[in-house]
Ligand binder design. Structure first.
Ligand code: ZN
Length: 273
């Protein structure tokens, strides 16, 4: 599938959608009946996702169709009062985080609309305009949920800290931004150990994943719109019988946008205080 044919079909689909006498119903129908067979699978899924996003969000974000004029974006519009480019994707793996870097920080905001590739529902509209580290990497906001606090004798105090931090994609430097404190939010690993009463391992893993996602949504809504993940601190064992190891920060949940940026735990000198 060459770019020229793809762009030709894309123009037809969007001018049909924009035509008041035809509209989105006809555009969708043509995409399914006439053009689906002319597109390859990725082209079809991508165009369907773009059409869905345009129909649902064009009023909210004042969208206009872009894309074949070298703008490096599918739509132009406004988000929170600022001129913004939007790219639509159904699988962030196809458009890797690194591919976006050249467009970050050039003055125009850049957002990615992520749609589910089966249901075509909008999963998320997020911003990759992260601050830059002195090393040139991007500072990615993460909340690290620490294990329960203890007094100097090692006795549990029955409360936990959570640390909002920026982690550099380049040098992995951690900068603490904010700290929260409460008596009800356990670290991911504490939560997992408390699931021992569930016999079925799959069920236990599902409960654990849900806990991490729930916390991600909670902190994102409350504290940081661009939050990209939930992390925990632990001792990672290595070697033949786990005799070696290191203290590290591991990610329990990561937004797919930055999954590639942190493939391993980040090494630390000791437990995070
Ligand atoms: Zn850095």
């Amino acid at each position: 599938m060459d770019a020229e044919s793809y762009n030709r079909i894309r123009r037809i689909i969007f001018s049909t959608a924009n035509n008041p006498e035809r509209g989105f119903g006809v555009a969708r129908e043509w995409l399914e009946t006439t053009y689906r067979s002319q597109l390859d699978h990725l082209g079809y899924v991508g165009l369907k996702a773009e059409l869905q996003f345009y129909e649902q969000c064009r009023a909210e974000f004042a969208l206009t169709v872009a894309g074949d004029m070298g703008e490096h974006a599918d739509f132009a519009g406004h988000y929170a009062g600022q001129v913004t480019r939007f790219d639509v994707t159904t699988n962030i793996g196809f458009k890797r985080f690194r591919d976006y870097e050249p467009h970050i920080g050039d003055g125009i905001r850049y957002r990615i609309a992520l749609l589910d590739n089966a249901s075509f529902e909008i999963v998320d509209v997020f911003d990759l305009a992260f601050d830059r580290c002195h090393c040139g990497g991007h500072l990615v906001p993460v909340v690290t949920m620490l294990d329960g606090n203890r007094n100097r004798h090692g006795d549990p105090l029955w409360h936990n800290d959570q640390v909002e931090m920026n982690i550099c994609t380049g040098c992995h430097h951690l900068v603490e931004v904010n700290r929260f404190y409460n008596q009800t939010r356990f670290s991911p690993q504490e939560y997992y150990s408390d699931l021992g009463y569930i016999d079925d391992e799959d069920e236990r893993n599902r409960a654990y994943e849900q806990y991490c996602v729930d916390n991600y949504k909670y902190f994102r809504r409350r504290h940081q719109d661009n939050l990209m993940g939930i992390a925990g601190v632990g001792y990672f064992r290595e070697g033949y019988k786990g005799e070696d190891g290191y203290w590290g920060l591991g990610f329990n949940f990561l937004n797919r946008a930055v999954e590639d940026a942190f493939p391993f735990p980040i090494r630390m000198d000791g437990p995070y205080e």
